[in-house]
Write a protein of this length. Structure first.
Length: 208
């Protein structure tokens, strides 16, 4: 049975879990948005925007709670950094979805869908790590963070492979410009998710 070393504050961890879950839900909708071809796909952009707005509210509540709390379950700087990184994930997902609609990006390359699916899998591992941290299951936090790093590398490999394919066979320059930017923000999303895992890993080691 795990020994709890972090002070229990249910609300802080509840808010962290909510932020992490918004990232998972956003990534799932993004993968669907990129995979679909029908006009109904654009409603998913609004769905993701709603998730991003809800995450902003959770982040604000978390920071306000931090300002009011005398005793916190971890260092204040760590709480602020983790909240920021978790919020960055859904922010980047929302940014990708918005650009897909602005660019009217049709004929989505398979690589974009594959990267979005990797982001979703990373999000699930981040949720797993957050919940394990609350219960002081340190080995599980670290295992989830290792899996995030593995998945981030898979996503980077996909990014490089499919970015290169954009320039094959005399591709239309406008199409290249659109998807180059979209691939870049997908890759940046992989990075911010890995950053969130890095904070979780650091907190776990510090408190183990």
């Amino acid at each position: 049975m795990a020994i709890r070393l972090l002070p229990r504050d249910e609300r802080f961890f509840e808010l962290f879990s909510s932020l992490a879950q918004y990232g998972v839900d956003g990534a799932r909708h993004l993968a669907e948005l990129l995979a679909r071809r029908d006009a109904g796909r654009w409603q998913l952009v609004e769905t993701i925007k709603g998730l991003e707005s809800a995450a902003d509210e959770v982040n604000r509540e978390l920071i306000e709670r931090l300002d009011r709390s005398f005793i916190t379950p971890m260092d204040r700087e760590d709480i602020h950094q983790l909240a920021s990184k978790l919020d960055d994930i859904i922010d980047h997902i929302d940014g990708t979805a918005s650009r897909v609609r602005i660019f009217r990006a049709e004929e989505t390359p398979d690589g974009a869908v594959l990267i979005a699916e990797v982001i979703h899998r990373i999000g699930l591992e981040v949720v797993r790590a957050v919940r394990a941290l609350e219960d002081s299951h340190h080995a599980e936090v670290l295992a989830a963070c290792r899996e995030v790093r593995n998945l981030e590398k898979q996503g980077d490999d996909l990014y490089q492979e499919w970015l290169g394919k954009l320039f094959e066979n005399g591709a239309d320059p406008l199409t290249v410009i659109k998807w180059k930017e979209l691939y870049d923000i997908l890759e940046a999303t992989l990075d911010v998710a890995e950053d969130a895992a890095g904070v979780l890993e650091s907190v776990t080691i510090k408190n183990a």
